[in-house]
Design a protein around this ligand. Sequence first.
Ligand code: P6P
Length: 337
Amino acid sequence: MSQDKIITIERHIIEGERAHPGASGSFSGLLRDLTLAFKLIWREVSKAGLVDILGTLGRENIHGDDVKKLDIFAHETIYKAMDHGGHLCVMASEENEDVLSIPDHYPTGKYVLIYDPLDGSSNIDANITIGTIFSLYRRITPSGPGSIDDCLQPGYKQIAAGYAMYGSSTMIVYTTGDGVHGFTLDPGIGEFLLSHENIRIPKKGKIYSVNEGNYHRWSEGMKKYIQYLCEEDPSTDRPYSARYVGSLVGDIQRTLLYGGIFMYPADIKHPGGKLRLMYEGNPMAMLIEQAGGRASDGVTRILDIQPKSLHERTPLFLGSGEDVMTAEQFLQGKREL
Ligand code: P6P
């Protein structure tokens, strides 16, 4: 990369702020604080196998999942990085049942942060890609400490969304509503450098991503869609290839770059889907749409769903527009094999 092409995420954020006259700089400060948190989490995740940080605390989180030490570390790292900057009025985390208030001795701000501190954490011990997912809103309450009302906003109200991906290389992929941009960490200088400017998802892909172990729990429409993808028809690039990391950040990163479709449908065991609307569905849906793709629950646009509770679940169909529309036709019984 030639010297004049080095664009750090900090420079990208500041240049983005300049494109919005009257911006207070608070949003840029917020994103910079978040970037620091990602570096602190990356440092622990990248050495996890060496300092025996692995293994569970023998506790379960609010959803009954084994909590690994890194989950807690990531949750607390983000909270402590973000609680004092004066940018936020309230936070919410996958690791906490209720909203997270800003300590009384710190100023409150005009934004809301909702995050999944370490998504895919069941993969930590296998050194498989995991990530932090974040979603940002403007507050809707007038002032002072924020509340659950500031959090329960539909996804189309997000002002930014993205993830940090701790994998073969560590990246931040985010959008502020002006395209999707990826930054790769240069460990030598500890900076995230622009590596994927204006990511655009292919209109149609050749990859489908779903946990096929749930096949017998699916609706007939879902089963027919997968059968359709596996039929031999070179004129429509079928059969598709199956790829499934089992870590949302890894599966979405591949879908953004290569196209195709990621699915976590409703099934007999998960009648409302497994993945969480506020800190998995909405941020990933904003990224996919900003990259030119489509994101629905099989019927409704994810970003139009009015949330009723902080940890509610939703079915997810995210990816290339043509692929998600075909899936919706099968799921709605409008298409047969
Ligand atoms: P399953 C990881 O636990 C996670 O929340 C997402 O990162 C991932 O997409 C999904 O669950 C995997 O779920 O049921 O296929 O193991």
